[in-house]
Design a protein around this ligand. Structure first.
Ligand code: ADP
Ligand code: MG
Length: 323
């Protein structure tokens, strides 16, 4: 089991930011409205995620740390229509196989909080009572302490933290309604307050820059089961913040980026594309999200249709901005 977990760890756990990604996605899946992310030494030393989500009952703590134990896939149908962010059931197992992991949790309906501890080498998980408010805290210490080859690939504290910071921004733009705090070496670096979708531009401005609140055009466009909403900066804006989402997942999908670039090009020619935050909503059955293990890319069943829809929507906006 240990070897299998460490192999899986190679896929999931590339660097501290990938640990943060998996843990924060779990918190979001658990319905958290507040997430605290504490990092020490770029995540080499400590990654701690606290949430106010539904928690894990005592009897399932050990299970949560074992491989392919997911509570999120109930049937094959789910595979085609994945609603939750995580679904492979291997993140916690993989992370704990290359770190010292403490999982503390208290579901609202349970009197006491319990804590499970797992340390890389032996997967024997110990469970004991602890003090914890409703929700879950996961502490990952000494990442890659038992895999020197991987540890060697870690960059400086500053670089690893900047990857985490960027990741947290992308997540913050995927869920305006979740409050997120990020600290590094006990200093608050980001504090994103929850906001409604209507007030979304506030979150966008907090994450991607004030210029979005001052100058971006907001668009909403729908056709043929597709829905796009976006904030687009006018040409010439210095911001290079570019974020794209599909059904709430952050993506760097070639097709989407290509469509956006083409829209700009058709209106303004070959100039630099300014910043944008673009959300595409599509019937989940029209898209495969599993083509890339890190899930940054998707495959659209009707690629041409999606591409042209995005071009049209963005083009209209750019045209109106340049009028
Ligand atoms: P997956 O997310 O793919 O199901 P993980 O290894 O990431 O697999 O997590 C295993 C299980 O642990 C989840 O299915 C979930 O039941 C539970 N879990 C993990 N993190 C949390 C959390 N923050 N709050 C509640 N439950 C959690
Ligand atoms: Mg998960």
């Amino acid at each position: 089991a240990r070897l299998a977990n460490q192999i899986a760890a190679g896929e999931v756990v590339e660097r501290p930011a990938s640990v943060v990604k998996e843990l924060v996605e779990n918190s979001i899946d658990a319905g958290a409205t507040r997430i605290h992310i504490d990092i020490e030494r770029g995540g080499h030393k400590l990654i701690r995620i606290r949430d106010d989500g539904k928690g894990i009952i005592k009897d399932e703590l050990t299970l949560a740390l074992s491989r392919h134990a997911t509570s999120k896939l109930k049937s094959l149908d789910d595979l085609e229509c994945i609603a939750s962010l995580g679904f492979r059931g291997e993140a916690l197992a993989s992370i704990s196989s290359v770190s010292r992991l403490t999982l503390s949790s208290k579901p609202a309906e349970q009197e006491t909080a319990w804590q499970a501890f797992a340390e890389g080498r032996d997967m024997a998980v110990q469970v004991q009572p602890t003090a914890h408010p409703d929700g879950t805290t996961i502490e990952v210490k000494d990442l890659f302490f038992n895999t020197p080859a991987r540890r060697k690939f870690l960059r400086t504290e500053k670089t690893e933290f900047s990857h985490i910071d960027e990741l947290v921004k992308r997540i913050a733009l995927s869920r305006f309604d979740v409050a997120i705090t990020l600290t590094h070496n006990q200093k608050v670096i980001r504090q994103y307050r929850a906001s409604s979708k209507e007030q979304g531009v506030k979150r966008v401005a907090q994450v991607a820059g004030k210029v979005f609140e001052q100058q971006a055009t907001y668009i909403e466009s729908g056709a043929e089961g597709l829905m796009l909403y976006a904030w687009v900066l006018p040409v010439g804006c210095s911001s290079s913040a570019q974020y794209t989402y599909v059904n709430g997942r952050m993506m760097r999908d070639k097709l989407i980026l290509h469509a956006i670039r083409q829209a700009f090009e058709e209106v303004i020619g070959e100039q630099d594309v300014p910043g944008f935050v673009v959300y595409l909503e599509i019937d989940p059955r029209q898209v495969d999200v599993n083509v890339h293990p890190a899930k940054h890319e998707v495959r659209f069943h009707q690629a041409r249709l999606v591409h042209d829809f995005i071009v049209q929507a963005i083009k209209q906006t750019v045209t109106s901005q340049t009028d």
